[in-house]
Ligand binder design. Structure first.
Ligand SMILES: N[C@@H](CCC(=O)N[C@@H](CS)C(=O)NCC(=O)O)C(=O)O
Length: 232
C-alpha cells in the first residue's frame, strides 16, 4: 500500500520557509525506512485547500498522510499512526510507553508556543515585545527534562524528539537564541548560576538531531545547512 505525505512546498510558506509538523513526519518516514512519496503543495497557490485536499482534511491543514485507504491528519495522530503501522515501532511497550506518550503529547506546548511566535513573525511590521517569551518558558521545562536524559523519553531518539527538534530548529533559524532566558526563570533563579539558563542540553539535543541521517536527508532545501553540516 502506498504511503503519501502531503506537505507544503517549503518555499511557499512565508517567513519560516518550512513546516515543522510536515518536516517531523517526513523525518519519521525516512528514519524508519518507510517507502513513501511526498506531494509538495504550493501554499501561495492554495494547493492545500483544493476540493481534493479538503476531501482528505476538511480543515485544510497539512500534514496529511494517506496509506492505502487510510487518511490521517493532525500531526500527532500521524506520528502515532506511522509508528504503530509502518516499520518497527519506536514507542516502547510496558511502563516506558506511558512516559514516551506523555512526553510526545507534552510537546504540544512547544508546538503551540512556536506556532504563535512564527505567526506573529508573519505579520507585517516589527516583531511584538516578548515574541519568544512563551517558547522560552516552555523550553526551560525541556532543558530540565534533558538534564536527566539525552533524549526526551528513554535512551534513544523518539517521537517527542522530532517535535522538540523541528520547532527548536525553526525558531533558531528565525532568531530565537538558546542563550535567551525567560524572565520568569531569571526571577526564580535570582543569583544562581547563569549557566543553567543557557540551555546547553537543548543545544546538544539540537546538534545531535542535526547530525541524524534522516534529518540531513529531509533538511529544508530553502534553508542554509546548519553550521558544520555539509549540504545533504
Ligand atoms: N493542528 C494541525 C495544524 C497543522 C498546521 O498548522 N499546518 C499548517 C502548516 S505548518 C497549515 O496547514 N497551514 C495552512 C492553513 O492553516 O491554511 C496539525 O497539527 O496537523
Amino acid at each position: 500500500m502506498s504511503v503519501v505525505l502531503y506537505a507544503p512546498d517549503y518555499a511557499s510558506v512565508p517567513v519560516i520557509q518550512c513546516s515543522p509538523p510536515s518536516w517531523m513526519v517526513h523525518v519519521l518516514l525516512v528514519a524508519k525506512g518507510v517507502p513513501h512519496e511526498v506531494r509538495w503543495l504550493d501554499f501561495a497557490k492554495g494547493e492545500h485547500r483544493t476540493e481534493a485536499m479538503r476531501a482528505l482534511n476538511p480543515r485544510g491543514t497539512i500534514p496529511v498522510l494517506t496509506h492505502g485507504e487510510a487518511v490521517v491528519s493532525e500531526t500527532f495522530a500521524i506520528l502515532e499512526y506511522v509508528d504503530a503501522t509502518l516499520g518497527e515501532p519506536w514507542l516502547p511497550s510496558g511502563a516506558a510507553r506511558g512516559r514516551a506518550l506523555t512526553r510526545l503529547h507534552e510537546t504540544v506546548y512547544v508546538k503551540d508556543a512556536g506556532m504563535a511566535a512564527f505567526r506573529a513573525l508573519m505579520q507585517p511590521g516589527p516583531p511584538p515585545e516578548g515574541l519568544w517569551a512563551a517558547l522560552d518558558a516552555e523550553l526551560d521545562r525541556w532543558e530540565a527534562v534533558l538534564q536527566a536524559s539525552a533524549w526526551a523519553a528513554g535512551d534513544r531518539m523518539g517521537l517527542a524528539d522530532l517535535v522538540l527538534f523541528t520547532y527548536v530548529a525553526t525558531a533558531a533559524r528565525l532568531g530565537w537564541e538558546f542563550t535567551g532566558r525567560s524572565q520568569r526563570l531569571q526571577a526564580a533563579e535570582g543569583s544562581r548560576s547563569r549557566e543553567s539558563g543557557r540551555r546547553q542540553r537543548l543545544r546538544a539535543h539540537h546538534d545531535r538531531m542535526c547530525a541524524h541521517p534522516a534529518v540531513r536527508a529531509t533538511w529544508p532545501s530553502t534553508w542554509e545547512p546548519p553550521g558544520g553540516m555539509l549540504a545533504p
